[in-house]
Ligand binder design. Sequence first.
Ligand code: URA
Length: 431
Amino acid sequence: MDASTFDAVDLIRTKRDGGVLTDDQIDWLIRSYTDGGVAAEQMAAMAMAIYFNGLGPDELHRWTHAMIGTGTRMDFSSLSRPTADKHSTGGVGDKITLPLAPLVAACGVAVPQLSGRGLGHTGGTLDKLEAIPGWRAGLSNDEMLAQLEDVGAVVCAAGSGLAPADKLLYALRDVTGTVESIPLIASSIMSKKIAEGTGSLVLDVKVGSGAFMKTADRAGELARTMVGLGTAAGVRTVALLTDMQTPLGRTAGNGLEVAESVEVLAGGGPADVVELTLALAQEMVAAAGVEADPAEALASGRAMDVWRRMIAAQGGDPDATLPRARHVDQIRADRDGVLTELDAYAVGVAAWRLGAGRARKEDPVQAAAGVEWHRRPGDQVRSGEVLLSLHTDTEERIPRAKEVLAGAWQIGDAAPAVRPVVLDRIDHGDG
Ligand code: URA
């Protein structure tokens, strides 16, 4: 069908008034927007109409496949082992990809982790790994396939060829208040994951103050929508709903999170990071149809061996000293008691303000900046003890980070209810 087949204004009116778009209309709209035939302001109006009126299951399916159709698809069928990928909807201190990719590879599964950079209060996996001297994110498809066959795990930048419509649409949604729409988030994430060509996919859908989805109901709906899209496309897809009211582990910041991940691979590390890494690894290994025990692969040091090879294969030095911040400031407890709260969103914003994240996608990030919390909810604290350390190369950033942390933690008399790391598991989709 040529570009004059439909009129974008008619399609916007249909969706605005609660109508249903046809397959041909959706195909035309996505293709014409990507080619420049539909203007950004028209697509912005459509995104807002979808924000309010949603997409039905058939529309969503077609929308996702129309986005995939604007680009190339990868093919891992030449590899000698099955593939599994993980996608997290993003959280504070979420460094799980770093220990998880080598751990799952050590179990005999190939892990192609196409990752992104951070924007706003959640960090990006590539920014974290770039704290390792020499490590590079950009690989050609051939380099990626060779590393997957040889080492078993790759974490690299997604090329511009996968679902280019999503790149345009996501940037547009970011500046038009239309990011928080379940059909738009689900089609955005799943178009890239399906185009990537993985055989199985485990989704880590975060719930809480530090996540996109603030409630378990919304997170569950997003998870079921994505599992439905993946399954219909022939990708074995499972989702875990996991807590993001409290930040994960003990650190948020690029180099700080690499150091924490290496501790996990060495058999230590914070209990919640170990628990979530193992839970996701078990799901990935099972979805790939491989019988292996991730806990054994971690304890034996095989996951650490794969990590070292994975970093070295991309030019990084696994033994290099990670950068240290020029300034470290501290926040201390003001009374004796139990830490009852540490708010993930505030910690994420503080790390960002210290220089770990970026406000615009072209901004540089500081490898050593971030927040370290020395106590977690449920821990006893004594007056005067250090609760939080703030790391930055730019001292003048510290007051603004302290400002956002001022109401972010509470000390009480009674321990808070223990919040599980994994809240739910979803293996059936909607639609
Ligand atoms: N991540 C994505 O890739 N897309 C969204 O819409 C939201 C988060």
